[in-house]
Design a protein around this ligand. Sequence first.
Ligand code: FES
Ligand code: MG
Length: 589
Amino acid sequence: MTKTERRLRSQDWFDNPDHADLTALYLERFMNYGTTPEELRAGKPIIGIAQSGSDLNPCNRHHLDLAKRVRDGIRDAGGIPIEFPTHTLFENCKRPTAALDRNLAYLGLVELLYGYPFDGVVLTTGCDKTTPSALMAAATVDLPAIVLSGGPMLDGWHEGELVGSGTVIWRSRRKYAAGEITRDEFLETALDSAPSIGHCNTMGTASTMNAIAEALGMSLTGCAAIPAAYRARGQMAYRTGRRAVELVHEDIRPSNILTREAFLNAIKLNAAIGGSTNAQPHIMAMAKHAGVALDPSDWQTHGYDIPLLANIQPAGKYLGERFHRAGGVPAILWELLQAGQLNGDCPTVTGRNMAENLQGCESTDREVIYRFEEPMMERAGFYVLSGNLFDFAILKTSVISPEFRERYLSKPGREGIFEGKAFVFDGSEDYHARINDPALEIDEFSILIIRGAGPLGWPGSAEVVNMQPPDHLLKRGITSLPTIGDGRQSGTSDSPSILNASPESAAGGGLAWLRTGDTVRIDLNTGRCDMLVDEDELAARKAGDLPPIPEAATPWQKLYRETVTQMADGATIRDAEQFRQLAKKVPRH
Ligand code: FES
Ligand code: MG
């Protein structure tokens, strides 16, 4: 590695010949944790460690320890580490939803990276939205940046069976409602699913988004899947710190890596791992901030035909530890590369291209990572739908069970077509209040609809579309009904919902005009999803008011609603993408 000849960005703060007074001011405050004025003025790269861990985010909390290894790596490579906190994004506890805060964390990180003397940054990621918010900011600022995933928890076991985070909750709540388990058993199983530090051990949104960061080329090879508690995780932290310094010397930036080809690789990877439906808005958002044109239809065009290769919950059987030992993300990418489905020319933070990174990464555990030619399931990507209920929504095909397909999609002569009576709920409170009301007469051929759950409506877009059937159906073994909504669902859910519907009801989308009792037709042959309501009736309904949504409860909720785009476009801050490559400019004093 050669030392940088060009002047570093940070030198404008710490070694500015035109402003001796300011340099003195900047220098004196950074002395209190072991660095020196000489060091700061020596042209050593200053590497930020964007710390996403805290007591408020248990999934990322071990980054507080990993950061020490990152610091060692940065120092050993001749850089200076400066660690700072990012806005907490803890998926499970933030009300009304952590999704409201993704753009807030993005904004905060952009200001920090742009306004302080950084030459590069290590992005610590883990829990769902910590990854996309960090990469969105890195794309906007365009400083040399590298992702350090925190890694999943160890595999969870309960009474000899694998229990995975989130997924076990969705499964247990059905058993609980059907009277098969007690409340205590429900809680015990949930606790057993979380045996160590780390993020969710299923292929939920956390594992998905970290896998995507790796597929984009933004982390070192193999980074995503190493369990949080493994020795290798600390070594990865050290190597990531070292590499961050080299990225500055080599001037490798997100804009060199985050290309359209890289995003298409990520879309394909997401299908092959049976990844979270939340990948859709997050990938759209990252692409938007990177200035990459991605169309909502790209999910269908490039992702749908990719088979399911990873046997991991919720689409499969195993959890993160076994997935890692089977080869993790590189082994999946290797399969895609051999099959001609991955662009191997994409540059990555390793300094080598994707194909070079993947040499020798073939899996040896074929129970967990299937061959492309003999997959777990064909065509496992997201199916994109449109119609008079919405312009865009997705369906995760890898979680459509054989029973579901048989019951709803296999009528002779009408394969792939389902028509049912709609039951419309305005938000999850309404759903919970009424789902077991016998007067509704919901049967196994009903369609459950939830609205008011999108970015504007909730606000923030909530993971509520995976509505479970009423108890009387669960007791008969009907574990899922067709569901449609303008919200999201947890990445750990195994529900075949039609979700992320855009425009949402609160933005005047078709769901706003649907009524309980209407017939809805889903046609998976044509990708249409429509309410069968005649034109005049529909026009009359549209003359009325939109379903009510709650008032903004905080200043940010108000600002969020004023600025947010729809899920199809990533629910980003409107027009934020006009601010790009901020690191090229040095802010005024
Ligand atoms: Fe944080 Fe799942 S709740 S990773
Ligand atoms: Mg979630």
